[in-house]
Design a protein around this ligand. Structure first.
Ligand code: MF3
Ligand code: CO
Length: 256
């Protein structure tokens, strides 16, 4: 069921999303070569808690038998890791890496969700282009995020843009509605047909999240039950914001 948020609920959504934006502000300032992914996790968790929010990924159970609840406050996926990388005390970030972080705050019963890919020091020209295209794919997609348009208009636009740049989109994971639940209807694939899917209405809150691979779209899951990597070892990037559909242009809630 796709939920339409009331005025009050939209205020709560905005608060949760602001926590996520501030968390990325903090991470962007602090992320440096030599740091561990565990340290990034601690920064995110303490920032959220200081702001009266709970890191919603910690303990999150996707409800698939055999997959343990998620153990950390952020997902951190480096280079050929696409999404859901688990922070570790022995995983060190290096100059030239691209580091995708995805995190969710829960405040007043509502969720805010966003992802960023950080470039560490000087990265290759190709890595930089991948990161920029992934971010731009989100902005291309939300040009279609208008009341009266169809969900497929967003999905199609993202997929076409990514392909036009010579890259692939991940097919097995998608964006989603968001609110009282981290993952609500509708699912929002990063590809699809224009003119298809539900009609967008004011009050819908959606997490739009292009996951882009430099090479072939195929992915693998590591034995930890979480980390997703590219099959061909090529680089991947992720960019996500929670948005609000309005009568006019969409509002991006996870950017300050
Ligand atoms: N934040 C992710 C998303 O964008 C979900 C991560 S799964 C979790 O939808 F287990 F880490 F929470
Ligand atoms: Co999401």
């Amino acid at each position: 069921m796709v939920t339409i948020k009331s005025k009050k609920e939209i205020e709560y959504m905005k608060e949760a999303c602001k926590v996520v934006a501030l968390t990325y502000q903090e991470l962007e300032q602090k992320i440096k070569p030599g740091m561990t992914t565990y340290e990034l996790d601690l920064i995110a968790e303490s920032t959220m808690r200081k702001l009266g929010a709970i890191p919603a990924e910690k303990g999150y159970d996707i409800g698939i038998r055999g997959i343990p609840p998620y153990p950390a406050s952020i997902c951190v996926s480096i280079n050929d890791e696409v999404i859901h990388g688990i922070p570790h005390k022995n995983r060190i970030i290096k100059e030239g890496d691209i580091v995708s972080i995805d995190t969710v705050a829960l405040k007043n019963g509502f969720h805010g969700d966003a992802a960023r890919t950080f470039m560490i020091g000087k990265v290759s020209h190709e890595a930089k282009r991948l990161v920029e295209v992934t971010k731009q794919a989100f902005f291309e997609g939300i040009k279609q995020a208008k009341a009266g348009n169809r969900l497929g208009d967003i999905c199609h636009t993202i997929g076409e843009y990514v392909h036009s740049q010579g890259y692939s989109v991940v097919r097995e994971f998608q964006g989603h509605g968001i609110g009282k639940e981290m993952h609500e209807d509708p699912g929002i694939p990063n590809y699809g047909k224009a003119g298809r899917g539900i009609r967008l209405e004011p009050g819908m809150t959606l997490a739009i999240e292009p996951m882009v691979i430099q090479g072939k779209p195929n992915i693998l899951e590591l034995e930890d039950g979480w980390t997703i990597v590219t099959e061909d070892g090529s680089l991947a990037a992720h960019y996500e914001n929670t948005i609000l559909i309005t009568e006019k242009e969409p509002e991006i809630l996870t950017i300050l």
